[in-house]
Design a protein. Structure first.
Length: 325
């Protein structure tokens, strides 16, 4: 792995083409790093000169070197990758023991269309638990990759022959609109609720392959109510938005687990859309199942949000307001 040469707060890179990619269009990557660390980065030939506080200079060199090494491996560098570098390099971030658990190496989930990398320590621990446990829960706010990573692992297990099918489900909870008043047949009524699952699959599987798999029923996307009476064997099963499942629905779904299957339950306790007085099945499952062997509970916070940076700030603001109330 190539590293830059540090001399008087400057760092040199041997491949000018990769250096251009490192800087980003209109030097936007450098601008991002400058804003985070309060430094100034100037390009001089195949060198980057860094001006600022000594500790900030040192961190800038570490981040730039790591990103350049990523480009050398044929990978892209985007805003999310820069964000990950700052998360993993910060001594204040929790989960150092989780880094050691993975040997400090890169974790990659191979799908048919792309490599998926968990960006935070909580995401790394979550991905590991999906491979190690037959039943795993991912609980936390929107944008933390709970469903996205679960679907990626499911696709990976399918293409490696570890499961025979992928089954994705959500409760079709009415949030402001009644299903009966929406136009179309039942499929057209429920498809909007399932769209995030379609979006994730389209990220990992070529369109023709996904269409064939859905036709052959090796990929199924269905409302939670359609799971009743089934035994789900040799399948990778995801229940998304589980906070909107009732206690009875959650029990029904969990007891569908069959031989050779993996099941993932994802949800956000702050976004329950059930009628007032109806207990969330996700809350009940946490209370009843914690401590049972081979069931893992994985938790995310605003620090694990991988959408627009404002999303994390918005979640933190609402969390603080809830605590104050």
């Amino acid at each position: 792995m190539t590293t830059g040469t540090l001399t008087d707060a400057s760092i040199e890179f041997p491949d000018n083409r990769l250096l251009i990619e490192l800087c980003g269009e209109f030097d936007r990557n450098l601008t991002d790093i400058e804003g985070r660390l309060g430094v100034q980065i100037l390009r001089r030939g195949n060198q980057l000169a860094i001006h600022g506080e000594a500790e900030a200079q040192k961190e800038a060199v570490e981040v730039l070197t790591s990103l350049y090494n990523r480009l050398e491996q044929g990978k892209e560098v985007g805003r999310g990758d820069i964000d990950r570098e700052f998360r993993t390099s910060s001594p204040e971030e929790p989960g150092e023991d989780q880094l050691e658990m993975f040997g400090g190496g890169t974790i990659e989930i191979k799908t048919r269309k792309k490599l998926v990398e968990p960006r935070t320590e909580a995401q790394k621990a979550y991905v590991r638990s999906l491979y190690e446990h037959e039943l795993a829960f991912g609980i936390g706010p929107a944008g933390t990759g709970k469903t996205y990573l679960a679907v990626a692992v499911g696709v990976n297990m399918f293409i490696n022959g570890l499961v025979d099918k992928i089954i994705l489900s959500r409760p079709a909870v009415e949030a402001g609109e009644r299903l009966g008043f929406l136009p179309g047949d039942m499929k057209e009524k429920v498809d909007p609720y399932m769209q995030p699952l379609y979006d994730a699959l389209n990220d990992f599987l070529p369109g023709k392959m996904l269409a064939r798999m859905m036709e052959e029923k090796t990929v199924e996307i269905a409302p939670l109510a359609f799971m009743r009476g089934r035994t789900l064997s040799n399948a990778f099963v995801v229940l998304d938005e589980a906070q909107n499942a009732t206690s009875m629905q959650m029990k029904m779904f969990l007891t569908r687990l069959g031989e050779g299957s993996r099941m993932v339950i994802t949800g956000d306790r702050s976004q329950v859309d059930l009628p007032r007085g109806v207990q969330s099945g996700l809350k009940d499952a946490e209370r009843l199942l914690t401590g049972i062997p081979n069931i893992s509970f994985n938790y995310f916070t605003g620090k694990d949000v991988v959408r627009h940076p404002l999303v994390a700030a918005i979640i933190d603001a609402y969390d603080k307001d809830a605590e104050a109330g």
